[in-house]
Ligand binder design. Structure first.
Ligand SMILES: Cc1ncc(COP(=O)(O)O)c(C=O)c1O
Length: 280
């Protein structure tokens, strides 16, 4: 709706601002930084909420940082939102199962049941079950909101194929053994890439607790190579090191790059060596 605002935390998954624009709303970005472990506090949130805010978009574990909200952090957010009754909360928990933090994983609705009536919990099979391309996502929320979503969706999209639906049911009802073993593997890769990147000249990265990305700050590396920004640096890495990364600018966080570790240890080691080589 024109004039209505959706608050998005940066670095954000690339699609969120465009989704808001498609709905004729205005994205309002709440910036977080590497220095603060990509966290924000109650005052930060309060400073971007207005009488026009209608949605707060959260994503945990995060694409691109891999940082996950704790129960306490969600409860701090909820306290602030109690003063803004018109704000819905959409939480994208796509990487819920790819999580290796010490604390139990909490969805927002679980951590803050008082706000259940205005929380929409989003998930899908693309990541945990390696079913990208099968096009199955789903969400839960209060019946009134879900009914309104069905009205819009029923007239604006076609359906996910029955084959995908059947495969998703099997994945969701399965033992999750492969999900657990892949999560252990992602944790192992993260441990490697986190330590390895922090040893590369001009790279600094925070420890992630989920998803399969790392989001180093590379401003010093960009400077060292006499390049202008993360976009030029990403092109440079592709051309000179033959390593594909995504510039942080796409996630609303210039001066960073995103690397995915959804690939073998062997390739990750090779990628790290190649990046090291161009930054010697
Ligand atoms: C945080 C997040 N949400 C949603 C999606 C969308 O997933 P898909 O459309 O492949 O199911 C992605 C994919 O990259 C993601 O990272």
């Amino acid at each position: 709706e024109h004039g209505k605002e959706a608050v998005i935390i940066s670095p954000y998954w690339v699609s969120y601002p465009d989704m808001v624009l498609l709905a004729n709303g205005s994205p309002v970005i709440l910036k977080t930084s590497f220095e603060n472990n990509f966290q924000f506090n109650a005052e930060d949130l309060d400073s971007v909420l207005t009488e026009n805010t209608r949605l707060l978009m959260l994503n945990s574990p995060s694409n691109p940082t891999g940082v996950t909200y704790t129960k306490d952090q969600y409860q701090i957010i909820a306290e602030v939102l109690k003063n803004y009754p018109d704000v819905l909360i959409a939480t994208d928990d796509m990487y819920e199962h790819i999580y290796w933090g010490e604390d139990k994983f909490y969805s927002f609705a679980e951590a803050c049941p008082d706000l259940f009536e205005r929380t929409i919990t989003i998930n899908g099979v693309s990541k945990a079950y390696a079913m990208t391309g099968w096009r199955i996502g789903y969400c839960g929320g209060p019946p009134k909101i879900i009914a309104a979503m069905k009205k819009v969706q029923g007239q604006s999209t076609s359906n996910a194929s029955s084959v995908s639906q059947a495969a998703a049911v099997t994945a969701l009802n399965g033992t999750h053994e492969s999900v657990h073993s892949m999560t252990r593997e992602y944790e192992r890769r993260h441990k490697f890439i986190y330590a390895a990147l922090n040893e590369i000249r001009g790279f600094k990265t925070v420890a992630a607790t989920g998803a399969f990305y790392t989001f180093p700050k590379v401003t010093s590396a960009v400077e060292y190579l006499n390049l202008t920004d993360d976009i030029e640096f990403s092109d440079y890495l592709l051309e000179k090191a033959r390593v594909a990364v995504v510039p942080g600018t796409a996630f609303g966080a210039k001066g960073h790059i995103r690397l995915s570790f959804a690939t073998s240890m062997e390739l990750l080691k090779e990628a790290v060596n190649r990046i090291k080589e161009v930054l010697k």
